[in-house]
Design a binder for this molecule. Structure first.
Ligand code: PHE
Length: 361
């Protein structure tokens, strides 16, 4: 018998012994299994031990070692089964209250939060359009939240009252804002800038546009779904934290027609062919031209997000050549989409943690 055969026998024996002990439901069955595997005269462990003599001399140490391990394991499996059978016997003798005629206790199954379900579905739709997911940190520096997005210091969006600035992080100075695990060497070094900058909870997922472009050359085709924070009073349509889906596509010769097509395909994939999409001129510092996108579905309009062609200043700040590359970006409110689809009328329901609400999805 060679070593490989011997080890295979041992493995098979261990597996069979374990399942035999586990299957034994009473003392008699367990005793039968014990004799079969651990019996002193004809037990299978004994038989295998005899084969040890047939193993080549140089393989003996390895074979012997494995034999001892398996023996210990088989004995342990037997001891565990013995304990289990004994305790079962005890409850039965003490007159268990088990009444098999009573209806069982139904297990309450959990489910994914409606927003998580929406996020998964949006990723799926955008995945089919060729966009892969990217992530960025929720604690951001002003470079990624504002400056690189062409939002100058005097812009009202930077007002401390419109943002959640982190006073502590600001006072303690340097903090590594790039919690991005897939971070590679940036194309341009903004670390020095970031280290001086105060930190805030990101107010938009557009930050991820910058983070992706800093680490990647065109073409770029990503989405980023996550939380954003704004100090809004909570009411039926506002909450100080909500979710956005950001999209970014950069390549040669990208036009507004591509943006409109993608948003249209997205809207019809999410709500159905009976959605009508409309674009209104708008303004965002990081897109030019900019639009507001609305959807009409089942007799109502909703504004589902902002979008536009990426401003050449943004491309320049990142180190992309705006003469060669162009692209579009969009930012959609995820709660809004989910609310519209399911007829939810109060955004606060998402965060109340009321099972009666949550279990409907
Ligand atoms: N970041 C913008 C907002 O939160 C939305 C947006 C994203 C607009 C991308 C244009 C392009 O309002």
């Amino acid at each position: 018998m060679n070593l490989a055969q011997f080890l295979a026998e041992l493995d098979a024996l261990l597996a069979e012994a374990r399942s035999a002990f586990a299957a034994a439901t009473d003392a008699a069955a367990l005793e039968g299994a014990r004799i079969e595997f651990l019996g002193a005269a004809k037990g299978r462990l004994k038989t295998v031990q005899k084969w040890l003599g047939a193993v080549a001399r140089e393989d003996k140490p390895a074979a012997g070692k494995r034999f001892n391990e398996v023996k210990t394991d088989v004995e342990a499996a037997f001891a565990a089964a013995q304990e289990r059978v004994a305790s079962q016997g005890a409850t039965q003798k003490s007159g268990s209250q088990l009444d098999l005629t009573l209806p069982g206790t139904r297990l309450r199954l959990g489910r994914l939060h409606p927003l998580t379900q929406t996020i998964e579905e949006l990723k799926d739709i955008m995945g089919r359009l060729g966009f892969s997911p990217a992530d960025g940190p929720e604690v951001e520096d002003e470079w990624h939240n504002f400056e690189a997005l062409n939002i100058p210091p005097e812009h009202p969006a930077r007002d401390p009252l419109e943002n959640f600035y982190l006073a502590v992080a600001q006072a303690s100075g340097r903090h590594e804002p790039g919690g991005n695990p897939t971070r590679t060497q940036p194309l341009i070094d903004r670390e020095a800038h970031a280290s001086r900058s105060p930190l805030l909870l990101r107010s938009q997922t557009s930050t991820v546009q910058i983070r992706v472009m800093e680490h990647q050359q065109p073409p770029v085709r990503v989405i980023s779904l996550g939380r954003v924070y704004r100090p809004d009073e909570a009411d039926a349509t506002h909450y100080p934290m909500f979710h956005q889906m950001e999209g970014l596509l950069i390549d040669r010769q990208v036009t507004m027609a591509d943006l409109k097509s993608v948003l249209r395909m997205f809207a019809t994939s999410y709500l159905g062919e009976d959605v009508h999409v409309r674009f209104r001129p708008s303004f965002f510092p990081f897109t030019e031209p900019s639009v507001e996108a609305d959807m009409h579905w089942h007799d109502r309009w909703i504004e589902f997000g902002g979008a536009g062609m990426v401003d050449p200043n943004v491309l320049q700040a990142i180190g992309y050549d705006p003469e060669v590359y162009s692209g579009f970006a969009f930012g959609l409110g995820i709660e809004r989409l989910c609310m519209r689809r399911h007829g939810i009328t109060d955004i606060r329901e998402f965060y109340r943690n009321d099972v009666r609400f949550l279990e409907q999805f």
